[in-house]
Design a protein around this ligand. Structure first.
Ligand code: GLU
Ligand code: ZN
Length: 294
């Protein structure tokens, strides 16, 4: 009898800047959730926007290794998967689930919307255009984005931190006007293709998860379980950023960084193996952690 392959968790940084202590804390939590549940752990560089930043990505991988994170398989680079995203967009398109959108950001903000339409949701301006209207729009402007024709307005995901979470699904972008696959598409395709069934990341992405889970359901992908973990704040209560100082491994050193972040979780440990021994997902701090630069 063959045993089913274990599922996988992952960490998926964008290579826009060196990882700071907040990013590292999320990475450690993703690793802990995966390893404590017998899962494999994968890394993915989300470089669709930042393809020039290979050096940053390499430093991110080195920093993750320096705090003891281990991973299975070679790290994946999203910029190598363009064909895969295109194939999925074509398949959705063949099902009538994709349409061109000619709106600028400004058009979207100023478009009339229904009284109870959720904040930030696409108002559907280009959804029902006739073919002659599309031709006219196509000739007059820049290349269109491609949007998903969603037939729901909300969707529910299961989150290990937030419980059952229901959030907005709109006709979100699958491919940008400049041809770059959208984050919401790439993340769903990559997670499914690589067998990820546990998505642990910062809770700034919680509100994106219903869109992603809905797209996954349309594509018949098995739904992952989510854990959106609290962000790290600076002493002013804003999201921690590199400019806050003393936040990167280059500035802190791996030992110091590890001790600060394991303290912040309430499980002081000297290394990641010791931390894994103490990790209890049900006792994870629910509030954001305020980092005091040391
Ligand atoms: N690349 C995203 C970020 O760095 C994370 C995407 C994800 O975990 O789904 O914010
Ligand atoms: Zn539009």
């Amino acid at each position: 009898m063959t045993r089913p392959a274990p599922g996988a968790g992952r960490f998926a940084p964008s290579p826009s800047a060196d990882l700071h202590i907040g990013n590292l804390r999320t990475a450690v939590l993703a690793w802990l959730f995966a390893r404590s549940s017998g899962r494999r752990f994968l890394l993915r560089i989300e470089d669709l926007d930042d393809r020039a930043h290979d050096d940053v990505a390499r430093r991110q991988l080195a920093d993750l290794a320096a705090i003891g994170i281990t991973w299975d398989d070679e790290p994946q680079w999203q910029s190598h998967h363009r064909d895969c995203y295109d194939t999925v967009v074509h398949a959705l398109s063949a099902r009538g689930l994709v349409y061109e959108c000619y709106c600028s950001r400004k058009d979207i903000l100023s478009a009339p919307r229904a009284p109870h339409a959720p904040e930030g949701a696409y108002p559907g301006t280009c959804r029902e255009l006739t073919e002659p209207e599309r031709t006219a729009r196509r000739e007059s402007g820049r290349p269109p984005a491609l949007r998903l024709r969603a037939d729901v307005s909300e969707f529910t995901v299961t989150d290990l931190v937030h419980g059952s979470y229901t959030g907005v699904v709109d006709d979100f972008v699958l491919r940008r006007g400049d041809g770059v696959p959208a984050y919401n598409l790439a993340v769903v395709v990559d997670d499914a293709v690589s067998g990820v069934d546990q998505v642990v990341r910062g809770d700034d992405l919680l509100s994106s998860s219903p869109r992603q889970a809905y797209l996954g359901a349309l594509l018949d992908y098995p739904p992952p379980v989510y854990a959106h973990v609290p962000l790290v704040l600076n002493p002013e209560g804003k999201r921690l950023a590199k400019r806050d100082g003393a936040v990167t491994l280059a500035e802190l050193g791996a030992l110091r960084a590890f001790s600060v972040l394991s303290d912040s979780l309430g499980w002081p440990s000297a290394n990641i193996t010791e931390l894994l021994g103490q990790f209890d997902p049900t006792r994870l701090p629910r509030a954001p952690w305020t980092y005091q630069p040391v």
